[in-house]
Design a protein around this ligand. Sequence first.
Ligand code: PHE
Length: 343
Amino acid sequence: MEIFDQVEKLIGEINAYPISNAEELEQFRIAYLGSKNSIKPIFGRIKDVPNERKKEFGQKVNEAKQTAEARFKELQSSLKNAGTSDKYKTFDPTLPMDGEWEGSRHPVSIVMNKIIHVFEKIGFEVAEEREIEDDWHNFTAMNTPEDHPARDMQDTFYLKDSKSSLLRTHTSSVQARVMTSQKPPIRIIAPGRVYRNETISARSHCQFHQVEGLYIDKNVSFADMKQTLLYFAREMYGADTDIRLRPSFFPFTEPSAEMDVWMGTDTDATKRLTKGTGWLEVLGCGMVDPNVLKNCDIDPEVYSGFAFGIGIERTAMQKYEINDIRLLFENDLRFLKQFSSAT
Ligand code: PHE
């Protein structure tokens, strides 16, 4: 019967359809699988087929349809593969590099790594902790009373409107984490990011970095702290660097001090940096308050210790003569490319 021949012809056509690119494949799809495909009208002629052959005819038309679908899938995936292999043909992994910039350390990382290295040399170990803290580790354990201004909503970023989940305001929270999980002697250095709800300007930011130090053992004295910090200053700023300790206050240390490093007043830059005094403020420190030890289940009758917190941004800004703290957080390549990739 002529109509059977037509289906047969159609199947032949589907099998022989030349396809070598995506466009031809799309034409094939429209011709045999689209809504106006050429299989449909042939099937419509089933009414002309005598009843006893209708089933056979239906099967034949189905075969045409399935052939088209199978061919489409097969061609689609072979075209896709051809695309990839083409790409690999033009990619030669043995070619020499074109000398592109290979990245560099961020100034904050350079300074942080340097500080870590200085303390590692005298036996401090790095302790890293969470940036999302609870109120206890950030404030309560650190002997910061309920009504201390640092707890104010203005300074602290609280999470989910809660008073207990917050972004740590200082790395001193790591002191509490370490003292509640390790037994003395403790000698750690804790670098990391901290957050305060401050107006962003050239001098201050809502995020910055600190390196915390904590040393707890029997018979640790203020003199031990002073000597450790002098060693640090000389490693950091040069062998004949002088330091001074000014009395200060922190809820978690008693007595407390701030350490300045002598920069001199010889140049305009050092004058500006030290506001004419020659002294640059570098860190806060002090003997760990007995209340803090008690809060962390360490007996203050047996153990004592010192702690300090170094601000990284300020040190980096001084070292690289960066006059706007915001540059450290913008990731502008023109700025970052100026630093070496070393350390
Ligand atoms: N946590 C203090 C601050 O952020 C710094 C500090 C750390 C002071 C440890 C004393 C001891 O300013």
